[in-house]
Design a binder for this molecule. Sequence first.
Ligand code: HEC
Ligand code: HEC
Length: 478
Amino acid sequence: MIKAALAAAAVVAAGAAAFLSTDTRADGAGADPLGEKTGGETTVWATGRQAFSFPAANLTNEERTRFVIGNSFFKRNWVESPASTTARDGLGPHFLARSCAACHMHDGRGEPPPWKRGLSDQDPLALLLRLSVPGTDPYGGPNPHPVYGDQLNTVAVQGVKPEGRVRMRWEPVQGRFADGTRYTLQKPIYQIDQLGYGPMDKDIMVSPRVAPQVIGVGLLEAIPEREILANAAAQAAMLDPIKGQPNRVWDAYAQREMIGRFGWKANVATVAHQTAGAFHGDLGVTSTKFPTETCTPAQKDCLAAPTGAEPGGVEIEDKTLDEVIFYQAVLAPPARRNANDTQVLRGQALFSQAQCAVCHRPSYKTGDGPFPRLTSKAVSGQTIWPYTDLLLHDMGEALADGRPDFKANGRQWKTPPLWGIGLLKDVNGHTRLLHDGRANGVLEAILWHGGEAEEAKQKVLRFSEADRQALVKFVESL
Ligand code: HEC
Ligand code: HEC
């Protein structure tokens, strides 16, 4: 065990020093040294609005049909019960949006609402507030608020009160680079009002999160657990303060504790659990895995509302749910652009120099996904370039939400994958980054880094303007 950890540490040290020429941790990088085929053989060469919406390039025809079916249930609006279309009723009673795509628009990412604008049913919330009170639930996860549950539902069916509304304002935060250039960041401040069921406890903990893009999630799921553990072991053996930790979470499909990979705190282990959980938590659509509506005992109007459930509490059948899970799992990451550009290559060297690559680990060779029926062989055995260690890091006070989520504490966030990040503007028309979308563009995202990433940020603060631009150009080429 100790030997393995030390060997991994040696590899990381070598990799950090010689990342550009021979990134020793990039399995099979010989064939694709610049990682242009972001998702190995699944990669699609796509830009523009649909860049995140293509199936893995190596699917069979039969799998393409499953993809199309899953896509339709991801995109289409669900409706309240009773309704004439029983295939898509069961929305609510409490919910946040009518479809997955309302938040993951074009399979991409949400953005926080603009300055001071309130939110309403017409303005679907791509930023959700997770809620909890101190303690844990029976699975070791966050302890839901006794009245408001585990997330703030801003919409409800007819005759049921929404739980409340989110209001945001922004506060400027000033800083300057070593060369004297000034910058201003915007810090979001949240307020919940129009509470439907009385005041919240004083010890309520709130974690705001925007919808991330959903490309490549099946590939991330197929990264062998031992690789994630090796990342943690390698960082533990390093001298500097970067000490990532895996999250461990309960998975409703595997029926056991697993390493978390999805969500901003790695608070979900599998695409299957995430998908069924989103139908339940975000749309109010129940399934065999999550059979009870999200109403709490104090929400009498919610409990009394008609549901579209078949006996046993199911509003989306397993068969349909499986196709949405499959669809998610085979959405392809798009290929890199301009990987050979001189400025981009310079930026790549700086990315490694500033130790970005320790957390944003470039490359892996995938194994198999956990549930063969729900994914595809297409994601197995691929050399992929996601730029993440899938570990939790203390990112400092400024980013902290103060709300634990399984093993993640209130200052930790998962290193998000960076693939596709340069195409966000094409896909979603914005460049809002980080867990709550507070950063506008790559440089602002870096400037919010603190805690274990403080040293990396300090290096960037000392970069010349040309080097800052090169670093950003590299990240935008991913
Ligand atoms: C209200 C907005 C909203 C809706 C609707 C929504 N999501 Fe999400 N989604 C999110 C947020 C926010 C996260 C991050 C959650 C977290 O950090 O806990 C997320 C995360 C995910 C992820 C994990 C991505 C990753 O890499 O971490 C997947 C997969 C996903 N959602 C699928 C779905 C599916 C399928 C549906 C429809 C059933 C759906 N979502 C509906 C907001 C939404
Ligand atoms: C200690 C680990 C660590 C280091 C070092 C690090 N990052 Fe990050 N990075 C993270 C985490 C964790 C987040 C998510 C924080 C959040 O959402 O609040 C993040 C977020 C980002 C994002 C936004 C991603 C998104 O999807 O919104 C970018 C861009 C980024 N990092 C680039 C960099 C660059 C460039 C460097 C080097 C200068 C760097 N990071 C160094 C851990 C790290």
